[in-house]
Design a protein around this ligand. Structure first.
Ligand SMILES: O=C(O)CCC(=O)C(=O)O
Length: 339
């Protein structure tokens, strides 16, 4: 193989998994539940201490979390669905109802600026499916600039407290100190959507891990190397899974060539009501009482049916990043490098 042919390795695998005719084989897709890939997906012991914020953020106790590493990809980890049923419902609903609201930015803005996309989709009591399908991304915190790939202090809005708290809990499970969620892209995929190969390198801080939370339908996620010539691995990502891209994996090419029908609907399991008798101390959430009611209102199946209809044929991914170094409060602050 000459160098030019090598350059296409990522693209070749992307096209293979994207294809519908012929359908790709799932044999080499790494799944944490598949015992055929034991050397490529290795269970790890995570932090066994508890964090009393978990149940209020729709998460199971740390003791029942399942953490995996991928020896072929140092720095890549997967936590297999640590969410409760009601937790999945909470986050799915947030991504649909709240995060696309102004002042957050969406892909629809270049065509028409809509203050409240979800409300607009249901404004006359029926579902505007055309508008519903139009949303592909929304950005939070430091808004990603798709053209320049450079963040700006002038294009920053308040990062959602609940998502900052969720990211902080995941960081504490993984024993990352000083982590702070400052930017996110929420991606919305339909059954034929794909996301092409790219690296995420806009953040000043590339040492901090990137947390990728997935809900709804499943996906094949490709992770390669720092060059497109590296043959990527294909990984099955299911509803509730958290992928962590850190160290070397943080700067590697990745893509989503295919959305797959989910084997089950975990957002419909164990949706029990939470009681707020003993509230923990939160780092970012200022009104925890509202959190309990926002979690609990999702136990009503009638209210929840619109969100269920959406995820039945879509996938949502919240891609959370730290932008700044620990000693910075904005991009204009000087960066101090430890010698
Ligand atoms: O949807 C995913 O799993 C990946 C999303 C992603 O790579 C991104 O937002 O940069």
């Amino acid at each position: 193989m000459d160098q030019n042919e090598n350059d296409d390795n990522f693209m070749k695998i992307f096209k293979y998994y994207k294809s519908n005719k012929p359908k790709p084989s799932m044999e080499n897709v790494l799944s944490v539940e598949d015992k055929n890939h034991v050397e490529k997906v290795v269970p790890l012991i995570g932090n066994s201490l508890s964090d009393n914020r978990t149940e209020f953020l729709g998460l199971k106790n740390f003791q029942s979390w399942q953490l995996y590493s991928f020896p072929g990809h140092p720095g890549l980890f997967l936590i297999r669905n640590p969410f409760t049923g009601i937790g999945q419902r909470y986050w799915i609903r947030k991504c649909l109802e709240e995060y696309p609201r102004k002042p957050n930015i969406t892909n629809i803005d270049i065509e028409v600026v809509i203050d409240d996309w979800w409300r607009e989709c249901y404004i006359d009591g029926t579902c505007n499916r055309q508008l519903l399908k139009k949303l592909r991304w929304t950005t939070l915190g430091y808004h990603h600039n798709w053209d320049t790939k450079v963040y700006s202090d002038n294009n920053r809005t308040t990062f959602p407290e609940d998502l900052a708290e969720l990211s902080d809990v995941v960081a504490s499970y993984l024993e990352y100190s000083g982590y702070k969620a400052e930017a996110a892209i929420v991606n919305y995929y339909h059954m034929k959507s794909t996301l092409s190969a790219h690296t995420d390198h806009s953040e000043v801080n590339l040492q901090a891990p990137l947390f990728s939370f997935s809900f709804g339908q499943s996906a094949i996620f490709l992770l390669g190397g720092q060059e497109k010539s590296t043959v990527p691995s294909a990984i099955l990502v299911q509803s509730g899974d958290i992928l962590i891209m850190s160290q070397q994996a943080r700067v590697c090419y990745h893509a989503v060539p295919k959305i797959l029908p989910a084997k089950s609907s975990p957002w419909d399991y164990d949706s029990k009501v939470l009681i707020d008798n003993e509230m923990p101390t939160f780092k970012y959430i200022k009104s925890p009482k509202n959190l309990i009611s926002s979690l609990n209102c999702n136990t009503d199946d009638k209210i929840w049916s619109k969100y269920r209809d959406y995820v039945r044929e879509s996938r949502i991914n919240m891609n959370v990043r730290q932008v700044l170094n620990e000693n910075q409060t904005n991009l204009a602050d000087p960066v101090f490098i430890d010698k």
